[in-house]
Design a protein around this ligand. Sequence first.
Ligand code: GDG
Length: 461
Amino acid sequence: MARLVIVSNRVPIPKSRVTQAGGLAVALRDILVPGSMWFGWSGRIAGEPSATASLVEARGVTYATVDLTEEQHRGFYTGFANGALWPLLHFRLGLLRFRREDYEAYLDVNAAFASTMAGLLQGDDTVWVHDYHLIPLGSVLRRGGFSGPLGFFLHVPFVPPSMMQALPVGREMIDDLCHYDVVGFQTEEHARDFRDCAQRMLGATVRGESVQTRDGRTVRVIVDPIGIDADAFTHMAERASRDKTVTRLAESLVDRALAIGVDRMDYSKGLPHRFEAYARLLERFPEHRRKVHLLQICPRSREEVDEYRRLRAELDQLSGRINGRYSEFDWTPLRYSTRAAPRTTLAGLYRIARVGVVTPLRDGMNLVAKEFVAAQRDEDPGVLILSQFAGAAHELTEALIVNPFDADAIAEAMHQALSMPLAERRERHARLKAKVRSTNAQAYCQRFVDALAATAATQAA
Ligand code: GDG
């Protein structure tokens, strides 16, 4: 196969052989064979934009990164990507902040990425671009003469035309997506919304998976749900039960059940609703008082965006209120941490939890749901509560599926999970685990790369 070049906003350069990275890095590990390249932002802010990429080799893979200036970062990342696209794609029109100068910065950074990449690309490379930060990159690469297979995968949800039209440059976004050969989404619903946008906003023709623009471009739209390396995660969770933090927490539970939530601190994750639901559980089902702890781990993220700072203040207040209302001298119902936990600790914590609470208001997929399932003990598994608006709910139908806007429904699901007989827990878990193992990270990558190769072969023919 031709060389694969991955492009994403952040590039997780492995620091040592033992690094256990999360997210995309894990998902892509198997296809990053020696010779491949990963291109993106270094995570550094510099006085001047990078003229060339800095290159680091690790295990035969080249990691090529560029720095951004303060101004680029403000407009491209904080402004347009996270201030306009992220809320829009999570159905939060009220939070959408559009400024033309941010959009200009977004286009400039995409153009700068493309021009630096031009010096690194070889004619027959296959380029796979990731996520909403880099939607226009494909069209700039094409204009610059790149003619190899070009794919894009969107990790977050997609919206129907009625919402996309609220973005003043929504049409440009859809047109940019139609410059790729293959565009992948997490669920059929997101793919359908994209096809509808192309039809309604560009006048494109849709036939099955293919979308044809009026000027003759064809893009194949595929559904490719992302997964985790389930078996590796199960092993990590088994080993992690001996981890110091996990053992200490397990001891501190003194036979109380643990419910766990793990989310970046983001308004899409439904955290205030979840806290509210937990308070309802304690109010409506008092038999669980003193018998359960909710541990919510939510590492702070994107603090440069106002809405994220407001969310933190709201959660601080809510958690204080719940603990103030229900705590006893020897029982604190809600344990809430805004620091990131090491990945192994996380795996161990999932394993000792009786309930996994995954209730985003919208989520492309939600990998925590899959990690929770993979980490459970087959003989005595915990129960997953999952939002109907997470992409994962399309696959993990044996979870307790809830509407995350309904605090009472979440409280009832928590009650059901805490009271569920072992036989039912085992049955649900066995089915969920089989799904998480089969729709794993490797299958996700292979499907996308195969779709790109097939499209390239058709075009060559
Ligand atoms: C986007 C889409 C889609 C969380 N806290 C800690 C920690 N994490 C890890 C989790 C999980 C990852 O971060 C989060 O993944 P999610 O899928 O839940 O969410 P996003 O970050 O929003 O990712 C999402 C995903 O892309 C992939 O396509 O599923 O829908 O929004 O792996 O375990 N990891 C560590 N400490 C923490 O405190 N080590």
